[in-house]
Design a protein around this ligand. Structure first.
Ligand code: SF4
Length: 342
């Protein structure tokens, strides 16, 4: 399987990266549109300049089976985020990233060095035998990742890219990824703006995220899986269930089924855990009944390919990013199952 970015000429990829980099000058990389000049050290909602920071780059086995195979996904867990979910399980790197122990020489003093450093990390993961390079929470640093990808390609990178996102992505930024990303893996989180504002501190989530997912679908269609069971390219949509149906599951599933297709693989995630700074009603896990209800909705809407999680797994989905080399110690026992609904 060939990565899509290899079909672009080298100069096309470089100019795509440069075009994206220009957006940093009056930043509208994501829907916040802070309009700060990140190339001059200014920062907006995400707190990042044009220096690319990754908190951990590891081989990961916790994604859906067609992405994991035997070799796993080489995930780059990007530092900071353009959402501030009260229940974020990655809060150590998404919100409390300043407290992280940044190594001397991690390229943070020099923009170009930071891009080279991340390119080298992608090459290392490829050498470790991963099937994909996963960009996790990439929405606020797409220009930097494109710069790194362009360098990594020069160094021999051939591995396809997964864009693993909270779906709060800007349309113009996503368009620059057309022909670059192989697999889009958005988590469509909320159906109601007011809930998104209250729990994740962002504006107009449903509008922006749905527009983004439509663009992803336009670019790559539904996820296709090869005879070896590995994903080839396409869109797989995740939906994290929240207690008391705060995610607005029915409306989200209706959007996917009616405006994309029930043929789009859907991953219903039961892994919500009350961490970080949650208060009632978020201070509990979802119940078996809530999960069954969501599965029933997916069946009613005719989803053909569902990925489900066991409610039993309590530990492996909670990372500890203080352990940067291995934030997911129980990861190899991933608990996804693939259920085909007839
Ligand atoms: S990426 Fe988004 S949050 Fe960060 S500065 Fe740009 S517009 Fe603001």
């Amino acid at each position: 399987m060939s990565a899509r970015y290899l079909e672009l000429s080298r100069s096309d990829l470089q100019s795509r990266a440069q075009q994206a980099y220009e957006i940093y000058r009056e930043c509208r990389v994501c829907p916040h549109a802070c309009e700060v000049d990140r190339t001059q050290g200014q920062t907006g909602y995400c707190g990042q300049t044009d220096v690319l920071r990754v908190s951990s780059s590891v081989r990961h086995f916790g994604e859906e089976p067609p992405l994991v195979g035997k070799g796993g996904v080489g995930n780059l867990f990007v530092t900071a985020c353009n959402m501030r979910c009260d229940y974020c399980q990655n809060f150590q790197i998404s919100q409390n990233w300043e407290a992280q122990n940044w190594e001397e020489g991690a390229g943070l003093a020099d923009v170009s060095l930071s891009y080279r450093n991340i390119a080298e990390q992608m090459i290392r993961l490829q050498e470790e035998g991963v099937h994909f390079i996963g960009w996790v929470s990439p929405s606020h640093v797409v220009p930097g990742l494109l710069k790194s990808l362009s360098l990594a390609r020069e160094m021999g990178l051939k591995t396809p890219i997964i864009y693993n996102t909270n779906a709060y992505d800007a349309l113009d930024t996503l368009k620059l990824l057309d022909g670059v990303v192989d697999v889009y893996l958005p988590d469509l989180k909320y159906s109601h703006s007011a809930t998104a504002r209250e729990l994740s501190h962002i504006k107009e989530y449903p509008e922006f995220s749905r527009q983004a997912v439509l663009e992803m679908y336009r670019q790559v269609g539904s996820l296709s899986v090869g005879e070896d069971g590995l994903a080839e390219s396409g869109l797989l949509v995740r939906h994290l269930l929240l207690p008391e149906n705060l995610a607005g599951t029915w409306e989200t599933l209706c959007f996917i089924a009616l405006e994309l297709s029930p043929g789009v693989p859907l991953s219903l995630m039961s892994q919500y855990r009350p961490v970080h700074k949650v208060t009632s009603p978020l201070n509990r896990e979802i119940s078996p009944m809530e999960y069954e209800t969501a599965i029933g909705m997916a069946r009613e809407l005719g989803f053909e390919n569902l990925y489900l999680q066991s409610l039993e797994a309590t530990l492996h989905n909670l990372p500890d990013f203080d352990n940067t080399d291995n934030p997911f110690p129980l990861d190899r026992t991933h608990n996804q199952e693939n259920i085909k609904v007839k």
